[in-house]
Write a protein that binds this ligand. Structure first.
Ligand SMILES: [Fe+2]
Ligand SMILES: [Fe+2]
Length: 149
């Protein structure tokens, strides 16, 4: 029997809120104002995803232009690292890239499994958003690594 959609959505909301906290914490630890703003923007967007999953602002969201993103494919070459209190900014970026990639895949799978059209559309758009998050993080990673190495 398929898992009830309300359970799936509640689980997704929990994950979005965890992602928001992750970015907010990372922003609080970021040394550079540019990096802080970048991470805070991600935190705000994850908070918005939780709101959308709770049914707020969905029509406007679906009517808006989807974000453009290009695949850098950096994710495939990165080894996951654990992030403790001494994690470098680079470690945080790698962790976040992996996590965004997992969210993207999860929403794609949910979109395919959804038998309700509006729900499928929402999951599909959320998958696009997470892909854009991954791309933005990959772009930043590329810049940071290029500068540091
Ligand atoms: Fe999200
Ligand atoms: Fe995200």
């Amino acid at each position: 029997m398929p898992v009830a959609i309300s359970r799936v959505i509640a689980d997704a909301v929990r994950k979005e809120k965890a992602a928001e906290r992750f970015y907010a914490d990372a922003a609080a630890k970021a040394a550079e104002p540019g990096a802080r703003e970048f991470l805070l923007r991600l935190a705000r967007e994850e908070a918005r995803h939780a709101e959308l999953l709770s049914g707020r602002g969905v029509a406007d969201f679906l009517a808006s232009e989807p974000p453009a993103s290009q695949d850098l494919r950096i994710v495939e070459f990165l080894e996951r690292r654990s992030i403790g209190p001494k994690a470098s900014f680079q470690d945080v970026l790698i962790f976040a890239i992996k996590r965004e990639h997992a969210s993207f895949s999860a929403y794609q799978a949910l979109a395919e499994a959804a038998n309700d059209d509006p729900v499928r559309k929402l999951f599909r758009r959320l998958a696009q958003e997470e892909r854009t998050h991954r791309n933005r993080l990959e772009t930043l990673y590329d810049e940071v690594v290029f500068v540091e190495n």
